[in-house]
Design a protein around this ligand. Sequence first.
Ligand SMILES: Cc1cc2nc3c(=O)[nH]c(=O)nc-3n(C[C@H](O)[C@H](O)[C@H](O)COP(=O)(O)OP(=O)(O)OC[C@H]3O[C@@H](n4cnc5c(N)ncnc54)[C@H](O)[C@@H]3O)c2cc1C
Length: 297
Amino acid sequence: MDFDIVIVGGSFAGQSAALQLGRARRRVLLIDSGKPRNRFARTSHGFLGQDGQPPSAIMATAAGQLARYETVEQREGQAVDAVAAEQGFRISLADGNEAAAGRIILATGVRDHLPQLPGLEERWGISVLHCPYCHGYELNQRPVGVLASSELAMHHALLVPDWGPTTLFTHNAFTPTPEQEAALAARGTKIERTPVVELLGKSPALEAVRLADGRTVGVAGLFIAPRTEPASDLAERLGCAFGDGPSGPFIIADRMQQTSVPGVFAAGDAASAMANATAAAAEVMAAAGAHHSLIRH
Ligand SMILES: Cc1cc2nc3c(=O)[nH]c(=O)nc-3n(C[C@H](O)[C@H](O)[C@H](O)COP(=O)(O)OP(=O)(O)OC[C@H]3O[C@@H](n4cnc5c(N)ncnc54)[C@H](O)[C@@H]3O)c2cc1C
């Protein structure tokens, strides 16, 4: 066996698991393909002790600290397959190498599917946002919009007024009921029913959205709720069961982050219905779960 545990994904969740296992002096391979979900944002917020740091700086600090643990090997690369093998798993890497391990932790994150609108993708993570707690403060209480893709936009439309005067663009995605209209009015949220056709301003800043009838509405930020999907197909290849979250599928795991496949653990966004960096990094239970299962084996 080359490693006790292979961790696939070396961002908040994967590095956090590697730290715990390195401190347990276990042989760990941490493999990462370098595409964390928040790589589009210039700064990361709300993560204790690291507020306002670029996401890459947080990762680099953690990688430097992990390098002190001699049983942890950090490797850039992509895991392309994983199969059950004698007493564990065999993981295939894109560079042709293989690694044998007793346990796997999947910390592979999710991928966001953005609405298709001119000017939207280039502003993702800067002025087009999904999480007001992460980036709403930096909008400095200027007018903001919520672009609906389903009735779930009600959640944003009721929450976001705490960060700035809010317009809900229903965008033909749903029609608020009279009760919902009253709730929105109570929060001061305006409703705009004409679809949005374009985002305007010196990108990546946002100044306004253009509507289908030619009018423009000034907004400094636009909140969306993208559909998510697993960033890697490894969980599916291994046969892990998935649940259906409000934004997309996630790997089902128990309190110790054990998935439906014995020996495969999952952490972070990949295994959460709703997540952020703090929650992903806090999932040290995947490390504890994998470690305990090696001891009890
Ligand atoms: C635009 C944006 C801004 C955000 N800002 C904030 C913020 O300010 N504060 C906050 O708390 N949260 C923020 N979030 C949420 C935060 O990014 C995620 O909750 C967090 O990154 C989840 O960490 P993770 O380790 O689970 O997954 P990720 O950070 O997505 O990392 C997964 C890692 O696994 C790697 N990987 C995937 N598949 C493979 C494979 N097969 N082989 C090898 N490596 C693989 C990827 O390359 C990636 O590095 C933001 C999200 C977005 C989209």
